[in-house]
Design a protein around this ligand. Sequence first.
Ligand SMILES: [Fe+2]
Ligand SMILES: [Fe+2]
Length: 283
Amino acid sequence: MTRIAHLTDLHLVERRPEARSWQDRLRIQTISQGRPIDSERPRRRLRRAFAEARAARADHVVVTGDLTEDGIPAQFEVLAEELHAAPFAPEQITLVPGNHDGYTSGDAFEKALAGPLAAFRVTSRPGTAVELKGATVVALSTTIHQHWLRAAGELGERQRRRIHDVLHARERRGATVLAMHHPPFTFGLRLGWLEGLLDLGFVRTMLRPFRSAHVLCGHVHERGDHRLGPARHARLHTAHSVAEDDRALRLYDAIDDRLVPSDGPVPFALAMRAFRQSALGEA
Ligand SMILES: [Fe+2]
Ligand SMILES: [Fe+2]
Protein backbone atom coordinates (compact mmCIF):
# COMPACT_ATOMS: atom_id res chain seq x y z
CA MET A 1 0.00 0.00 0.00
CA THR A 2 1.30 3.43 -0.95
CA ARG A 3 1.02 6.33 1.50
CA ILE A 4 1.05 9.87 0.14
CA ALA A 5 1.83 12.95 2.25
CA HIS A 6 0.27 16.27 1.25
CA LEU A 7 1.78 19.65 2.13
CA THR A 8 0.75 22.98 0.71
CA ASP A 9 1.16 26.74 0.80
CA LEU A 10 4.67 27.03 2.21
CA HIS A 11 4.92 30.77 1.35
CA LEU A 12 8.68 30.72 1.87
CA VAL A 13 10.49 34.05 2.14
CA GLU A 14 14.13 34.77 1.25
CA ARG A 15 16.79 35.01 3.97
CA ARG A 16 16.86 38.81 4.29
CA PRO A 17 13.52 40.31 3.23
CA GLU A 18 14.44 43.49 5.12
CA ALA A 19 17.04 44.16 2.40
CA ARG A 20 14.27 44.88 -0.15
CA SER A 21 13.35 48.39 -1.28
CA TRP A 22 10.40 49.94 0.56
CA GLN A 23 8.19 49.50 -2.52
CA ASP A 24 9.07 45.81 -2.62
CA ARG A 25 8.46 45.45 1.11
CA LEU A 26 5.05 47.07 0.69
CA ARG A 27 4.28 44.64 -2.13
CA ILE A 28 5.23 41.53 -0.18
CA GLN A 29 3.38 42.75 2.91
CA THR A 30 0.22 43.19 0.83
CA ILE A 31 0.63 39.83 -0.88
CA SER A 32 1.16 38.01 2.42
CA GLN A 33 -2.22 39.21 3.78
CA GLY A 34 -1.01 39.57 7.36
CA ARG A 35 1.45 36.65 7.48
CA PRO A 36 4.65 37.83 9.19
CA ILE A 37 7.46 38.41 6.66
CA ASP A 38 9.62 35.93 8.46
CA SER A 39 12.21 33.73 6.81
CA GLU A 40 12.60 31.26 9.69
CA ARG A 41 9.13 30.33 10.93
CA PRO A 42 7.74 28.79 7.70
CA ARG A 43 11.03 26.92 7.25
CA ARG A 44 10.76 25.45 10.75
CA ARG A 45 7.18 24.38 10.10
CA LEU A 46 8.19 22.79 6.80
CA ARG A 47 11.01 20.81 8.47
CA ARG A 48 8.60 19.58 11.14
CA ALA A 49 6.01 18.56 8.55
CA PHE A 50 8.63 16.61 6.58
CA ALA A 51 9.76 14.87 9.77
CA GLU A 52 6.14 13.95 10.56
CA ALA A 53 5.65 12.62 7.03
CA ARG A 54 8.78 10.50 7.42
CA ALA A 55 7.63 9.19 10.81
CA ALA A 56 4.28 8.29 9.22
CA ARG A 57 6.18 6.25 6.60
CA ALA A 58 4.94 8.27 3.65
CA ASP A 59 6.22 6.93 0.31
CA HIS A 60 5.75 10.14 -1.65
CA VAL A 61 5.23 13.82 -0.77
CA VAL A 62 3.04 16.13 -2.86
CA VAL A 63 3.46 19.90 -2.32
CA THR A 64 0.55 21.78 -3.90
CA GLY A 65 1.79 25.27 -4.60
CA ASP A 66 2.38 28.71 -3.18
CA LEU A 67 5.85 27.34 -2.55
CA THR A 68 7.15 30.92 -2.23
CA GLU A 69 5.66 34.23 -1.12
CA ASP A 70 6.18 36.14 -4.36
CA GLY A 71 8.31 33.90 -6.57
CA ILE A 72 11.69 35.66 -6.57
CA PRO A 73 14.72 33.43 -7.32
CA ALA A 74 16.10 33.77 -3.75
CA GLN A 75 12.90 32.20 -2.40
CA PHE A 76 13.22 29.20 -4.73
CA GLU A 77 16.79 28.82 -3.48
CA VAL A 78 15.51 28.66 0.11
CA LEU A 79 12.98 26.04 -1.00
CA ALA A 80 15.71 23.99 -2.68
CA GLU A 81 17.84 24.07 0.49
CA GLU A 82 14.93 22.76 2.57
CA LEU A 83 14.02 20.07 0.05
CA HIS A 84 17.59 18.80 -0.23
CA ALA A 85 17.75 18.59 3.59
CA ALA A 86 14.37 16.79 3.80
CA PRO A 87 14.26 13.07 4.74
CA PHE A 88 12.96 12.13 1.26
CA ALA A 89 14.82 11.57 -1.98
CA PRO A 90 14.05 14.07 -4.78
CA GLU A 91 12.18 11.36 -6.73
CA GLN A 92 9.84 11.00 -3.74
CA ILE A 93 8.71 14.64 -3.95
CA THR A 94 6.31 16.25 -6.44
CA LEU A 95 6.08 20.05 -6.47
CA VAL A 96 3.52 22.17 -8.26
CA PRO A 97 3.41 25.99 -8.41
CA GLY A 98 0.66 28.30 -7.13
CA ASN A 99 -0.43 31.86 -7.88
CA HIS A 100 2.17 33.33 -5.49
CA ASP A 101 4.97 31.58 -7.40
CA GLY A 102 3.99 33.51 -10.56
CA TYR A 103 3.84 37.04 -9.13
CA THR A 104 7.38 38.00 -10.13
CA SER A 105 7.42 36.20 -13.46
CA GLY A 106 5.12 33.72 -15.17
CA ASP A 107 7.91 31.19 -15.75
CA ALA A 108 9.66 31.47 -12.36
CA PHE A 109 8.80 27.86 -11.42
CA GLU A 110 10.04 26.48 -14.76
CA LYS A 111 13.27 28.48 -14.33
CA ALA A 112 13.67 27.12 -10.80
CA LEU A 113 13.21 23.55 -12.17
CA ALA A 114 16.08 24.30 -14.54
CA GLY A 115 18.14 25.78 -11.65
CA PRO A 116 18.02 25.15 -7.89
CA LEU A 117 15.12 22.67 -8.16
CA ALA A 118 16.65 20.65 -11.01
CA ALA A 119 16.69 17.46 -8.91
CA PHE A 120 12.89 17.64 -8.66
CA ARG A 121 12.25 18.25 -12.35
CA VAL A 122 11.66 14.59 -13.17
CA THR A 123 8.70 14.41 -10.73
CA SER A 124 7.48 18.01 -10.93
CA ARG A 125 7.53 19.23 -14.52
CA PRO A 126 3.89 20.17 -15.29
CA GLY A 127 2.20 17.24 -17.02
CA THR A 128 4.56 14.62 -15.55
CA ALA A 129 2.95 11.41 -14.28
CA VAL A 130 4.81 9.64 -11.44
CA GLU A 131 3.94 5.95 -11.18
CA LEU A 132 3.72 4.60 -7.63
CA LYS A 133 2.42 1.24 -6.43
CA GLY A 134 -1.37 1.64 -6.67
CA ALA A 135 -1.35 5.34 -7.57
CA THR A 136 -0.23 7.74 -10.27
CA VAL A 137 0.64 11.32 -9.28
CA VAL A 138 0.21 13.93 -12.03
CA ALA A 139 1.96 17.31 -11.54
CA LEU A 140 -0.11 20.22 -12.88
CA SER A 141 0.40 23.97 -13.00
CA THR A 142 -2.45 26.44 -12.55
CA THR A 143 -0.06 29.41 -12.41
CA ILE A 144 -0.72 32.37 -14.67
CA HIS A 145 1.23 35.61 -14.73
CA GLN A 146 -1.08 38.24 -13.26
CA HIS A 147 -1.04 41.31 -11.05
CA TRP A 148 -0.26 40.50 -7.43
CA LEU A 149 -3.67 41.79 -6.35
CA ARG A 150 -5.24 38.89 -8.20
CA ALA A 151 -4.99 35.18 -7.23
CA ALA A 152 -6.64 33.24 -10.07
CA GLY A 153 -5.32 30.15 -11.86
CA GLU A 154 -5.99 28.07 -14.95
CA LEU A 155 -5.06 24.59 -16.18
CA GLY A 156 -5.59 25.36 -19.86
CA GLU A 157 -6.56 23.04 -22.69
CA ARG A 158 -3.23 21.19 -23.03
CA GLN A 159 -3.13 20.11 -19.38
CA ARG A 160 -6.83 19.24 -19.38
CA ARG A 161 -6.18 16.93 -22.35
CA ARG A 162 -3.26 15.40 -20.47
CA ILE A 163 -5.47 14.70 -17.42
CA HIS A 164 -8.14 13.15 -19.64
CA ASP A 165 -5.56 10.86 -21.28
CA VAL A 166 -4.03 9.76 -17.96
CA LEU A 167 -7.44 9.09 -16.40
CA HIS A 168 -8.49 6.92 -19.34
CA ALA A 169 -5.17 5.04 -19.42
CA ARG A 170 -5.17 4.46 -15.66
CA GLU A 171 -8.85 3.58 -15.15
CA ARG A 172 -9.15 0.50 -12.87
CA ARG A 173 -5.36 0.46 -12.41
CA GLY A 174 -5.15 2.43 -9.16
CA ALA A 175 -5.85 5.95 -7.93
CA THR A 176 -4.96 8.93 -10.12
CA VAL A 177 -3.75 11.80 -7.95
CA LEU A 178 -3.96 15.21 -9.62
CA ALA A 179 -1.68 17.67 -7.83
CA MET A 180 -2.75 21.25 -8.54
CA HIS A 181 -2.89 24.46 -6.55
CA HIS A 182 -6.35 25.89 -7.29
CA PRO A 183 -9.25 23.65 -6.22
CA PRO A 184 -11.98 22.96 -8.78
CA PHE A 185 -14.77 24.39 -6.61
CA THR A 186 -16.05 27.85 -5.69
CA PHE A 187 -15.06 29.24 -2.32
CA GLY A 188 -14.74 32.43 -0.29
CA LEU A 189 -16.40 35.37 -2.04
CA ARG A 190 -17.13 33.11 -5.06
CA LEU A 191 -15.22 35.57 -7.25
CA GLY A 192 -13.69 33.07 -9.64
CA TRP A 193 -12.00 35.65 -11.88
CA LEU A 194 -10.27 37.18 -8.87
CA GLU A 195 -9.09 34.09 -6.97
CA GLY A 196 -10.49 30.89 -8.46
CA LEU A 197 -9.80 28.36 -11.20
CA LEU A 198 -10.77 29.99 -14.49
CA ASP A 199 -11.58 26.70 -16.26
CA LEU A 200 -13.46 25.30 -13.28
CA GLY A 201 -16.52 24.13 -15.28
CA PHE A 202 -14.44 22.20 -17.86
CA VAL A 203 -12.36 20.54 -15.14
CA ARG A 204 -15.31 19.46 -12.99
CA THR A 205 -17.19 18.04 -15.97
CA MET A 206 -14.12 16.13 -17.10
CA LEU A 207 -13.25 14.69 -13.67
CA ARG A 208 -16.72 13.92 -12.35
CA PRO A 209 -17.22 10.40 -13.86
CA PHE A 210 -13.86 9.03 -12.69
CA ARG A 211 -14.01 7.40 -9.27
CA SER A 212 -10.25 6.89 -9.36
CA ALA A 213 -9.60 10.67 -9.74
CA HIS A 214 -8.40 12.40 -6.59
CA VAL A 215 -7.41 16.06 -6.67
CA LEU A 216 -4.96 17.33 -4.04
CA CYS A 217 -5.08 21.14 -3.79
CA GLY A 218 -3.99 24.10 -1.74
CA HIS A 219 -4.87 27.80 -2.06
CA VAL A 220 -7.80 27.85 0.40
CA HIS A 221 -5.52 27.27 3.43
CA GLU A 222 -8.13 24.94 4.97
CA ARG A 223 -8.44 21.20 5.42
CA GLY A 224 -11.39 19.74 3.54
CA ASP A 225 -12.69 16.66 1.70
CA HIS A 226 -15.15 17.12 -1.14
CA ARG A 227 -16.87 15.05 -3.81
CA LEU A 228 -17.21 16.20 -7.38
CA GLY A 229 -20.39 14.15 -7.83
CA PRO A 230 -22.29 11.26 -6.20
CA ALA A 231 -20.63 8.71 -3.91
CA ARG A 232 -18.50 6.86 -6.45
CA HIS A 233 -17.21 9.92 -8.27
CA ALA A 234 -14.01 12.00 -8.19
CA ARG A 235 -12.90 13.52 -4.89
CA LEU A 236 -10.74 16.41 -3.86
CA HIS A 237 -8.80 17.17 -0.72
CA THR A 238 -7.38 20.43 0.59
CA ALA A 239 -5.01 21.10 3.51
CA HIS A 240 -4.02 23.85 5.91
CA SER A 241 -1.10 26.07 4.94
CA VAL A 242 2.31 24.95 6.21
CA ALA A 243 3.21 28.65 6.65
CA GLU A 244 0.29 29.24 8.99
CA ASP A 245 -0.46 25.99 10.77
CA ASP A 246 1.53 23.48 12.80
CA ARG A 247 -0.87 20.66 11.81
CA ALA A 248 -0.76 21.14 8.07
CA LEU A 249 0.36 17.64 7.07
CA ARG A 250 -2.24 15.35 5.50
CA LEU A 251 -1.77 11.65 4.75
CA TYR A 252 -3.65 9.40 2.34
CA ASP A 253 -3.44 5.68 1.59
CA ALA A 254 -3.88 4.29 -1.92
CA ILE A 255 -6.27 1.37 -1.53
CA ASP A 256 -7.77 -0.27 -4.60
CA ASP A 257 -8.45 2.61 -7.01
CA ARG A 258 -9.11 5.08 -4.18
CA LEU A 259 -7.05 7.51 -2.15
CA VAL A 260 -8.32 7.40 1.43
CA PRO A 261 -7.40 10.13 3.95
CA SER A 262 -5.77 8.37 6.88
CA ASP A 263 -7.38 10.93 9.21
CA GLY A 264 -10.94 10.05 8.11
CA PRO A 265 -13.23 6.99 8.22
CA VAL A 266 -12.16 4.12 5.95
CA PRO A 267 -15.05 2.27 4.24
CA PHE A 268 -15.25 -1.35 5.48
CA ALA A 269 -14.61 -2.92 2.06
CA LEU A 270 -11.50 -0.78 1.58
CA ALA A 271 -10.27 -1.56 5.10
CA MET A 272 -10.55 -5.31 4.32
CA ARG A 273 -8.74 -4.80 1.02
CA ALA A 274 -5.93 -2.89 2.80
CA PHE A 275 -5.68 -5.68 5.38
CA ARG A 276 -5.38 -8.34 2.67
CA GLN A 277 -2.75 -6.26 0.86
CA SER A 278 -0.58 -5.85 3.95
CA ALA A 279 -1.17 -9.19 5.71
CA LEU A 280 -1.40 -11.54 2.73
CA GLY A 281 0.79 -9.64 0.30
CA GLU A 282 -1.94 -9.30 -2.33
CA ALA A 283 -1.27 -6.81 -5.10
FE1 LIG B 1 -1.48 30.25 -0.31
FE1 LIG C 1 -2.80 30.43 -3.61
